[in-house]
Design a binder for this molecule. Structure first.
Ligand code: GLA
Length: 352
């Protein structure tokens, strides 16, 4: 049996939450809960074939509910920030929660990361899969339209975790879905992620202001500490005296990916030298947020008694650019009735 379902706990209102275990033919394993659609664990082989858990997470549902810094979860309706929690569509202004200083972050006070998803496990031709669905009512968190969302996680037999997102709406709205997994490919041997080496397939990024809202400029990475066009340790330049790094407390920026949005292509590659683990990110999305865990607390109790440190995990969140609803020059995040929002992101694991 490649898919197992077990109880993960009960919410305050009595809703029972499940934890699914998916195992592929190579023995790679993912555990995923229908609370926030969070990836709780993901085991990938090192260069000797030893499996280790490469994502940050908690052992209990209570910790996810109480104080998760978005560990492993699905983000919606809108990944990253919308300036001052406001945007306008067809002359109507929509007001959203300002849950990150003056800005709106990750879908608001109760985003998709805090919703209970309907779940269905299945054996797909590629490997075991978990299909999650959630219908967000018209007006939820201030967004227009009833948004019907499906996210399929497939643990493919080539050690890829494939995430397929689809959504439809009954009113014109904005959508930007992603997953917020924090990775540490050392699987517990390296405390921080600073020695991980990163490649990002991007010539430009979207510089931000002091509240992490893009200014609208598209700036070349060349000559900046955001140049990851060749494999570079994350820690090599993270503390440089650079205005963009100061704003993010380190890396917390949106890179504009090379290639054609809508076509699946390499977005990023990460190499962890002690284990030899490699993670490739492929996506159809136009951009990726690389976040170096700069807002993590100094010590956070995680799975199996492990303590996660500041910058103990990084995120590579495939997405449209932050604040797109207020930036007409950015690729559109508008979804209209009759259209289908469809994106795919693949996290593929290898070892060298
Ligand atoms: C994203 C944001 C960060 C932070 C994290 C979660 O990466 O860009 O600023 O909010 O999510 O803490």
């Amino acid at each position: 049996m490649k898919i197992k379902k077990q109880p993960f706990g009960t919410l305050a209102d009595g809703t029972e939450i499940a934890l699914y275990t998916l195992v592929n033919v190579q023995g790679m394993m993912a555990t995923i809960t229908n609370y926030g659609g969070a990836i709780v664990s993901l085991s990938a082989p090192d260069r000797h074939g030893n499996f280790g858990d490469v994502v940050l997470g908690f052992d209990t549902l209570e910790e996810y509910v109480d104080h998760s810094p978005y560990f492993g979860c699905l983000i919606g309706r809108f990944g990253n920030r919308i300036a001052k929690g406001r945007f306008t569509l067809d002359g109507v202004e929509y007001v959203l929660a300002q849950n990150d200083g003056q800005n709106h972050l990750h879908g608001g006070l109760k985003g998709f990361d805090k919703r209970v998803w309907t779940s269905r496990a299945l054996e797909s031709p590629n490997g075991p899969a978990l299909v999650l669905t959630y219908t967000s009512p018209d007006g939820e968190e201030g967004y227009p339209g009833t948004l019907a969302v499906t996210v399929a996680y497939t643990l493919a037999d080539d050690n890829s975790l494939i995430i397929d997102y689809t959504a439809t709406t009954d009113k014109k709205t904005v959508v930007n879905l992603t997953n917020h997994s924090y990775f540490n490919l050392s699987a517990g041997t390296a405390e921080t992620i600073l020695d991980h080496e990163l490649f990002i397939n991007a010539e430009t990024f979207t510089p931000v202001d002091g509240t992490l809202i893009p200014t609208g400029e598209i700036r070349p990475v060349g000559g900046t500490p955001l140049d990851f066009r060749t494999l570079t340790p994350i820690g090599a330049r993270i503390n440089m005296d650079d205005a963009q790094l100061k704003f993010g407390g380190g890396y917390d920026h949106n890179w504009v990916l090379n290639g054609t949005p809508g076509e699946l292509r390499l977005a990023a590659r990460v190499y962890e030298p002690t284990s030899g683990r490699v993670m490739e990110v492929h996506t159809t999305e136009p951009a990726i947020q690389f976040y170096a865990g700069n807002f993590l607390p100094p010590a956070l109790k995680g799975k199996g008694g492990r303590v996660y440190v500041w910058r103990g995990g990084f995120c590579l969140e495939t997405q449209h650019y932050p604040d797109s609803p207020n930036k007409p020059s950015f690729p559109s995040t508008v979804l209209e009735p009759g259209q289908v929002y469809r994106t795919t992101t693949i996290y593929k694991f290898l070892a060298e």
